[in-house]
Design a protein around this ligand. Structure first.
Ligand code: SF4
Length: 442
């Protein structure tokens, strides 16, 4: 099925132990549907509205810490630990921000959550705001998916009308105002400090860190930023307990994760599975490699993650630690599958163009280096490569990494190094024979 966002969604059982996708059918996004699935029970529980005493903010953070929930936006930072950085006694305004500026090539999960289960994000944010003593929040939604923004606005209206947002929520004394904001499609605004700049109405360019957002965030105030999927995981954790969430996944990798599987598979789409599930199982859920062809390589975590050859990938489990051990990153969970008809030089040419195009231009190594990377890969692809070009690519990549304000520079350099490390022979063939060694798809 394709949703209104153009994302291929998977509502019919092609998930394993789903938490965010549980009970979804593509139409039941409204408040009454969410409540029928147990929605807002977690918020009611912490506020003492289910007959119990409620949970203190410290108890909520302790549950999230126990769950081993790691940030689903890409970095995989422990969520409970991030929440504990918020200075709760800070006397002025503090902010909570949801990063829904999903723009990583291959990633299409956050828009799917917001479209089909928006209240789970609202509830997760309200719980987070309670835990950190925050009264105002924003959800920054990617600019090219305006219908998702409209859906989230509609859900916000329902939540406000039902008393789950606003002043004195459910008569508890806790207040939380949540607003939606849409960007204008710049990839760099997914970087948290660029997002804050954009939210403030400025040009979306990353800030130098430190200071980190926990002390100097939106409008210079303490701010906690989490990804859409991270907030969506929170209600299940509070309803079922942090330990239960941890046990769904594996140590240090609690819970389920939504993987956006694209490329050369029979059924591309979003799949929610426990962290630690073998990659082979995920590939099976996605229908296997298209037309029975051979798996060649996989980019396991969005375009910034180094590519892994099939021989390594088939031994991996889908969790942060296994993929890192294999030499790549789980990132945002965008799994790009490539079969034996894919040319790695051509693939890298496209990736390099993307990063050159999306560089904000603030730092010289990124602004100039991403252009260098693209131009060199482009001439190799077009049969004009030189024998020294592979060393040149490595040198440029090395001189970008670790020398820029934000991670986009590294994100541009890492795929180059990964491709050349595992598929050097293809680049050498292009240089020596001025043509591609990979047979075209028939
Ligand atoms: Fe901008 Fe690139 Fe520097 Fe990031 S690394 S601040 S995108 S120029």
């Amino acid at each position: 099925q394709f949703s209104a966002t153009g994302v291929q969604t998977c509502f019919h059982g092609r998930h394993i132990q789903p938490q965010i996708y549980a009970g979804l059918d593509g139409t039941n996004w409204r408040l009454k549907d969410y409540e029928a699935r147990g929605g807002y029970q977690a918020l009611r529980r912490i506020l003492g509205k289910d007959g119990g005493d409620g949970l203190t903010p410290d108890q909520v953070i302790a549950e999230v810490k126990a769950s081993a929930l790691r940030g689903r936006g890409g970095a995989g930072f422990p969520t409970g630990l991030k929440w504990s950085f918020m200075p709760r006694q800070f006397p002025g305004q503090k902010y909570l921000v949801c990063n829904s500026d999903e723009g990583e090539p291959g990633t299409c999960k956050d828009r799917d959550i917001l479209m089909h289960n928006p209240h789970i994000v609202i509830e997760g944010m309200a719980i987070a705001a309670y835990a950190m003593g925050i009264s105002v929040g924003y959800n920054y939604i990617h600019g090219e998916i305006f219908q998702v923004y409209e859906r989230f606005e509609a859900a916000l209206e329902e939540a406000r009308a039902a008393g789950y947002l606003g002043h004195n929520i459910l008569g508890s004394g806790f207040s939380f105002q949540l607003h939606a904001h849409h960007g204008f499609g710049a990839y760099i605004c997914g970087e948290e400090t660029a997002l804050l700049e954009s939210l403030e109405g400025k040009k979306g360019q990353p800030r130098f860190k430190p200071p980190f957002p926990a002390s100097f965030g939106l409008y210079g105030k303490p701010t906690t930023i989490n990804n859409t999927e991270t907030f969506a995981a929170v209600p299940w954790i509070i309803r079922n307990g942090g330990q239960a969430y941890l046990e769904v996944g594996k140590p240090n990798n609690g819970g389920t994760k939504i993987f956006s599987v694209s490329g050369d598979v029979e059924r591309p789409g979003n799949y929610e599975i426990p962290l630690g599930t073998p990659f082979a199982k995920l590939l099976e859920l996605a229908g296997g490699v298209r037309a029975g062809r051979q798996l060649k390589a996989v980019i396991p975590g969005g375009s910034s993650a180094p590519v892994l050859p099939a021989s390594i990938m088939m031994d991996c489990t889908m969790d942060y630690d296994s993929i890192a051990k294999a030499g790549s990153m789980l990132g945002s969970g965008a799994v790009i599958v490539m079969d034996d008809t894919r040319c790695m030089v051509k693939s890298l040419q496209r990736l390099s163009y993307f990063y050159m195009h999306e560089s904000c231009g603030q730092c010289t190594p990124c602004r100039e280096g991403t252009g260098w990377l693209w131009r060199v890969v482009d001439r190799i692809e077009n049969g004009q490569g030189r024998p020294s070009d592979l060393d040149l690519l490595d040198n440029v990549a090395e001189n970008i990494m670790g020398r820029t304000i934000c991670a986009l520079g590294d994100a541009a350099a890492m795929p180059v190094r990964g491709m050349i490390k595992h598929f050097r022979h293809e680049f050498v063939h292009h240089v020596e024979h001025k043509t591609c060694m990979v047979p075209a798809y028939v």
